[in-house]
Design a protein around this ligand. Sequence first.
Ligand code: R7I
Ligand code: MG
Ligand code: MG
Ligand code: MG
Length: 359
Amino acid sequence: DGLIMSSKFRGCLLGSLLGDCLGAPFEGELAGTYVVLQKFFDKLEGPHYKAPLMQYTDDTAMTKCVAESLINQEKLDVKDLAKRFVKEYFNQPRRGYGANVVEVFAKLRATKCEDPFAPAKEQFGGSGSYGNGGAMRIAPIPLFFRGLDTKALAELARQSAEITHTNVNGYNGAILQCLAIQQSLWLNPKQPLNTGIFLEELLKKMQEFEKEDDEFMTEGEDPQPFCSKLRWVNELLARERSGGKRIKEKEDVLFRLGAGVSALTSVPTAIFCFLRAQQGPIHEINTESAFRRTLQYAISLGGDTDTIASMAGALCGAFLGYDGVSISKNLIKHCEGSEEMLNLADRLYSKSLPSDELM
Ligand code: R7I
Ligand code: MG
Ligand code: MG
Ligand code: MG
């Protein structure tokens, strides 16, 4: 149903933007008290808040580049995308970019993006960045290419990530977030989400991309780190369902999954936040909206709050759709560029290949 799918495009990109804008003020903090966040969200959702816009960061700036490139080229054109990243960065460099990725932009500019993958390969002494920058901006790819099979879609995700992130954990994080969004898109939002099945399917797919014999494996290293994290996501969700100890829940999530700037310590965490909020109420988060619960919970973990909330928001929005997010229009208006992002979602939808049928 095209109506549902276009709503899902809007929900996904809006979720990505809102998570970034709302998480940004808390980036780098320790896991916060729920009380501060509850008041922050209540205030923004209420009718009287007149404070300045919540500004978006690099996560959104780069996501917009990906969407605009797809709309203009009607395919993944990595050279065009690299040029857009460079232009965006040098127009507005103060959007909170990762400390090292800015070297890639400078080299891309100096070489006119001749080989769009070359500068990223030189990062970190040749091993490439494993930051979450490839994953944080992926949302338009699974939207635009939602009908592709796993292998073909993952290949596009990897290429889009490798403009800046050539480390295996950097691009595999982008692949994981991409496949998770695609799965969410094809689910019926009117039916409760079975988190166990969702994770089982995702794990089966990721096992294809984390092969035991990976090139630079050193002894004792986990050959399938994202798969291992996904198993922990499942285990933590199962514990919560069986009424596990509430007080320790957040500590366990941080210990097992993390909330850092690497893809490995943030993408599985974002998937967890999305699924956890679908599973039911969360202690000290007072809202009827599973969408708000997703964002508020993600931010409460501390660390890389804008990026984890953005990725969790994209997943939740792709599942529920814009018509299902039930968050106040006031809050949406307070986030910089929200109208523009919804417009971008509509344009991306109208340019994308039609193959819509809900599972
Ligand atoms: O991944 P990236 O684009 O950063 C995205 C993050 C998000 O949280 C945004 O909201 C923004 O705040 O930044 O940028 P990179 O500079 O490639 O990676 C981010 C950081 O991850 C680096 O500055 C390093 O601290 C760390 N990092 C690594 N450290 C050691 N060895 C990434 N790769 C490595 C590595 O190989
Ligand atoms: Mg950011
Ligand atoms: Mg590295
Ligand atoms: Mg961040």
